[in-house]
Design a protein around this ligand. Structure first.
Ligand SMILES: Cc1ncc(COP(=O)(O)O)c(C=O)c1O
Length: 415
């Protein structure tokens, strides 16, 4: 306990130092290692492993974790008072802060546990009749496709997947693929804001612009987008958006948000039942029974950390880290292909790298067992590779080590 008591002090100092460094005129440029070194010290990471799968789930900074643990202990002392009466009402501050960041009204922002919960609320909550058509892509997230499949089996709707080539030749090409799949029965389009597979940022605004006048609802799966690169609701102009916050916002595990435009709330059923009086109340999507208040309240601390770095500064660093490994392996090996757009506004921190002739599953195993580097295999019927997702606490030494080992694998094999 004595050791743990020292932690918040140390972290407080790291954050103060980062803020001081951050106020210098050139502070926090993508290669300002003094600045990023302070950000790295805000985390208690196990550096004996190189974690390049932050897209799966990221660690939260230590001061965020500390608030959550503090609130869990406080809740446990007298749950019905401390948790329900003192802490739970503070979810309204989280709602206010997230709504400000996303650019919507707080009455359009529900706090949920992850992107799956947010997206399934929309997918299962829309009124659809047998024969109604839904367009998805060959790169939508598996659990969302499973949810649609359940509606096919249960409600007799029709799901029409479209294929998007990788890398897509243009943003207009993507819009055209959706447009070509529309029929008079099309009621919904579901699109990932940025794909978890290759990290391509989709033309959401353009898809909404052609869908809305045709009465087609657009669901945006933003699991990997929010707090990864800057955007606002108005830039997307969407009516429904779901995201996790334990990926790019660095909030505690088990946090997410669901945005539903005010005029859509009455018609979108919640996943767990709520009273009729809540029909037009965004909180109907939070009627999940007893749950810890500590987890969702700590979102505001993570958001303050994110805002202190700044969304533009963060994505510039993420692109810098990506370019550092991706451009090097591309330059130094002709067996390697990067399937994520580089030097483009349609790519950010996620990078997908294909290595000719090496099975991605085996390569991931080799990286983990021989070099203690964690990356994700992507195996899709149309492409494969290793997905690499650093975050703000990743060091350049870590991405350099990954590049070195990937080149070694490409040159000598992993046999
Ligand atoms: C595109 C996409 N959607 C949804 C999810 C589900 O996120 P979670 O497991 O946090 O609910 C993920 C997770 O990786 C994802 O990549």
């Amino acid at each position: 306990m004595a050791g743990a008591a020292g932690l918040p002090l140390m972290r407080g100092d790291a954050i103060r130092r980062a803020l001081e460094l951050g106020s210098r005129p050139t502070a926090g440029s993508p290669d300002d290692e003094d600045y990023w070194g302070e950000i790295q010290r805000a985390f208690d990471c196990d550096r004996s492993m190189v974690n390049l799968n932050n897209g799966g789930c990221s660690p939260t900074p230590t001061h965020v974790l500390e608030q959550m643990i503090r609130d869990l202990r406080f809740s446990n002392e007298l749950p019905v008072i401390h948790m329900w009466q003192t802490l739970e009402p503070r979810i309204e501050s989280v709602r206010r802060d997230l709504a400000k960041s996303f650019g919507c009204d707080p009455e359009e922002m529900a706090i949920v546990r992850n992107a799956s919960e947010a997206n399934e609320t929309i997918i299962l909550g829309l009124e659809l009749n047998p024969g109604d058509e839904v367009i998805v892509t060959n790169q939508n997230y598996g659990r969302m496709l499973t949810t649609w499949d359940q509606r096919v089996r249960r409600d007799g709707i029709v799901v029409k997947p479209i294929s998007i080539k990788l890398p897509p030749p243009s943003q207009q090409y993507i819009v055209d693929q959706f447009r070509a799949a529309v029929t008079p029965r099309t009621k919904v389009i579901e699109v990932t804001h940025i794909t978890n597979l290759s990290g391509h940022i989709m033309p959401v605004r353009e898809i909404v612009a052609f869908a809305r006048p045709r009465g087609i609802e657009v669901i945006v799966d933003g699991a990997h987008a929010y707090a990864h690169f800057p955007f606002t609701r108005d830039e997307l102009d969407c009516d429904y958006y779901g995201t996790s916050l334990h990926k790019w916002l660095l909030a505690p595990i088990g946090t997410g948000f669901l945005y539903v435009r005010k005029n859509r709330q009455k018609r979108l059923w919640p996943l767990m039942a709520a009273p009729a009086g809540m029909d037009e109340n965004i909180r109907k999507y939070e009627e999940i029974g007893t749950h810890p208040a500590a987890n969702h309240n700590a979102i505001s601390v993570a958001l303050a950390f994110h805002n202190a770095i700044g969304a533009e500064r963060k994505v510039a660093r993420l692109r810098y880290l990506r370019d550092r490994w991706a451009k090097r392996v591309q330059r130094e090996s002709d067996r390697v292909r990067i399937l994520t757009p580089l030097d483009s506004p349609y790519g950010a921190g996620i990078g997908l790298v294909h290595v000719d002739g090496i099975d991605p599953g085996k390569l991931v195993g080799w990286m983990m067992e021989k070099h203690h580097i964690v990356v994700t295999p992507i195996v899709h019927p149309e492409f494969d590779g290793l997905r690499v997702t650093p975050n703000v606490y990743t060091t350049v030494a870590e991405t350099d080590l990954f590049a070195e080992k990937l080149l070694e694998a490409a040159r000598r094999g992993i046999g």
